[in-house]
Design a protein around this ligand. Structure first.
Ligand code: ADP
Ligand code: ZN
Ligand code: ZN
Length: 686
């Protein structure tokens, strides 16, 4: 019977592939191919591996090899393109291929038993829709406006790869462009008798139901599946398989969907491309947006990046001609207008309990008119810290360099960094004073105030605390859409993407802290957040919500720095002005996107150990074209009792940085150290 030597990668921190022997169990068993999953013995355990090559058996001594336990032949192999994508991600982010490829697969594929897989395959095969010849001509779709039409045509007119930056103000109908482009790409491929799939990515799980509903309504005859981390395991496996065997026409997902297997991929859409959620912040710290662009290039297909506030990188790519800019300048819905943005100078219009008289009056007016308001405060909990007036005690976390946050409804002090929870002390732990004070305010405190100030109003708070239960976020957003809420209050969760139809007032309570942050990305993020949240107002036709003669919807920003250029750009809805200034500043400071960065992080029980390790790493080898900064403690130095430090690497050449990282990583791996370390390429949190 035949046998073969296979090169297999495993989910292990080893930058090598392993050779295994495969022996046919019967005359008819087919030899495994690259891309197939196998069950392999590894040390004393068994693990799932991915075959990446069939070896010439003359190169190895088969006698010394361990034999594969199982080949998952019931599933088609992963394609060479998919392996190439994982390989690129592995090389670029400096991780072993196996640690990229295998964890990207649903858990049901990575277990020893094939019961779940066999069951899912059966279900997916049954779910195959009848092939339709003409897709759904009866479905209602709005007539595109000329700008939308131009955008769709431009996307369809490109041959092969092209990145399009769909730069459209909030409410300009970017979704409609995605849907039309999707429809036409699928139609075109079908007409040419080719199979086709489209990947649509959104930054936030809470946005998938809204988009999924639109997509399903538009394409009732197509198979649409979602992929995100909140799916139950069985569901995730079925959706993944539907994409992999090609029965799913449209895959809708969050960042993890970028590594899904889609053999007939013909277009990728990335909504809100600037959103930091596209960056994975643990494990393989990849940028799903960047990988998506790479994947589109590899497949020679168009990729559409949509945003009202594009990332600095994408804006730069437009100016150098790498991306094509498609602009939507107007709100799409009939008579809908951009809201009027105003700043409230809290030096003059003093805020009491977080609210200036102007903001209160505006809220009152909306309540009287029966319109919705949204209040944005990017800080959850009741108050960020508790404090004793008598002795100066403050609620420090004993395990972190951070405060314990007061959560009043839960009657807890909580550390948002290590999850330590304590009961709220009834008296000061140092002096016994029973009158402990909350300092500052978070969403819970604002909610409490609103309930007192407007007892008749229906107030809904949406933040990570109020939506812990599965499905609760969706229920809350549904209530807002139904009109069961007068005042919606929340963190950035409420700022993103939602198409609230009855909202005419947005109030921003205290955005100033980000203005003076050390983080060079803070300004860009704040601007995008405020533009997004402002964009939730006035999305419907004015006549639908306003009573006769009512003014247009408005956005009120409370600030002590009303003249700050960031707010001034916001008032003018001037992303372009803001972005051009930002890029000029980045260029002169040699910051991304004009330079490329990597960050080596070290963690240890003792800060000096971490710093020493980084100092050693810094002098390990010559680094032409790459500058390495001094090791420094991280801003939040201690988390859960572990001290953390970092080393920043910068280069004006991505290639030079990459060329240095590879051998450097190898050298680092061979160091003997008690320090826990990790490397991040293109960090966004430094
Ligand atoms: P964006 O994603 O750019 O913020 P949306 O895609 O959510 O905007 O669209 C905003 C609103 O405009 C939606 O209610 C949508 O139905 C409506 N809309 C989009 N395109 C058109 C059009 N061509 N004519 C009329 N209404 C439209
Ligand atoms: Zn005290
Ligand atoms: Zn803590």
């Amino acid at each position: 019977m035949s046998s073969q030597v296979l090169s297999v990668v495993l989910d292990a921190p080893l930058d090598t592939a392993f050779d295994y022997l495969w022996v046919a169990r019967s005359e008819t068993e087919l030899a495994p191919q690259p891309g197939q999953l196998v069950l392999a013995p590894f040390g004393r355990r068994q693990t799932i591996g991915l075959v990446i090559a069939v070896k010439d058996s003359s190169e190895v001594e088969p006698g010394k090899l361990r034999e594969l336990l199982q080949v998952r032949g019931q599933m088609p192999p992963l394609s060479d393109d998919w392996i190439a994508l994982c390989r690129f991600a592995a090389e670029y982010y400096q991780r072993p291929l196996g640690e990229v490829a295998l964890p990207s697969l649903p858990k049901g594929l990575r277990t020893e038993s094939t019961v779940a897989l066999d069951r899912a395959l059966k279900k997916v095969a049954q779910a195959q829709p009848q092939p339709t010849t003409t897709p759904e001509t009866s479905v209602q779709r709005p007539q595109l406006n000329p700008e939308q039409q131009t955008a769709v045509d431009a996307i369809l007119n490109t041959e092969g790869y092209q990145a399009h930056l769909l730069f459209g103000v909030t409410g300009s109908g970017k979704t409609e462009v995605y849907l039309h482009a999707t429809e036409r790409v699928l139609q075109r491929e079908r007409d040419a008798d080719r199979r086709a799939q489209v990947l649509i990515m959104v930054p936030e799980i809470n946005l998938t139901p809204q988009l999924e509903a639109s997509v399903r309504a538009r394409f009732p005859a197509l198979q649409v599946v979602s992929l995100h981390s909140q799916l139950a395991e069985g569901e995730r496996l079925r959706h993944w398989l539907a994409a992999h065997i090609g029965s799913a026409d449209i895959v809708l997902g969050t960042r993890l969907a970028v590594l899904s297997s889609m053999p007939h991929l013909k277009m990728i859409i990335i909504d809100e491309e600037h959103d930091p959620s596209y960056k994975q912040q643990e494990g393989l710290r990849y940028s799903a947006r960047d990988l998506a662009v790479w994947r589109a290039h590899q497949q020679q297909i168009p990729v559409v990046l949509g945003s009202a506030t594009p990332s600095a990188e994408s804006w730069l790519h437009v100016s150098t001609g790498r991306y094509q800019r498609l602009t939507l300048t107007q709100r799409a819905a009939k008579n809908a207008q951009l809201p009027k943005v105003r700043v409230i100078d809290t030096e003059i219009n003093k805020a009491v309990d977080g609210f200036s008289p102007l903001l209160l009056a505006a809220l009152k007016l909306r309540l009287e008119r029966g319109e919705q308001s949204l209040l944005f405060l990017n800080r959850r909990g009741y108050a960020p810290v508790m404090h004793c007036d008598a002795c100066g005690w403050i609620s420090n976390c004993r395990r972190c360099t951070a405060f314990m946050v007061l959560h009043k409804p839960e009657r807890r002090l909580r550390c948002h960094h290590c999850s330590l929870e304590l009961r709220i002390p009834s008296a000061c732990p140092t002096c016994g004073n029973v009158d402990l004070q909350p300092l500052g305010r978070g969403t819970q405190r604002v909610e409490e105030y609103l309930q007192q100030a407007f007892p008749q109003a229906r107030v809904m708070r949406i933040d990570a605390d109020s939506t812990r239960r599965k499905g609760s976020a969706q229920a809350a957003f549904d209530a807002v859409h139904r009109g069961d809420v007068d005042i919606l209050l929340g963190t950035q969760m409420v700022a993103k993407g939602h198409d609230f139809q009855r909202l005419t007032l947005v109030g921003v309570i205290n955005p100033d802290t980000a203005l003076f942050s050390q983080d060079y990305l803070a300004g860009e993020r704040l601007f995008a957040q405020l533009m997004q949240v402002a964009g939730r107002a006035g999305r419907a036709a004015q006549a639908d919500v306003n009573h006769d003669g009512a003014s247009q919807s408005e956005v009120l920003i409370q600030t002590r720095y009303p003249q700050h250029p960031l707010y001034q750009a916001l008032l003018a809805h001037d992303y372009k002005g803001f972005a051009d200034t930002m890029l000029a500043e980045r260029r002169s400071a040699n910051l991304p996107p004009y330079s490329f960065q990597a960050l080596l992080r070290a963690e240890a029980k003792n800060l000096q150990l971490a710093l020493d390790f980084l100092a050693q790493a810094r002098t390990l080898m010559p680094h032409p074209g790459v500058s390495i900064n001094d090791p420094v403690p991280m801003t939040i130095t201690r988390v859960a009792g572990i001290e953390r430090a970092q080393l920043l690497l910068e280069s004006t050449s991505r290639a030079q940085l990459q060329a240095f990282l590879r051998p450097w990583m190898r050298a680092l791996r061979s160091l003997k150290t008690r320090v826990n370390w990790m490397l991040e390429v293109d960090p966004i949190d430094i």
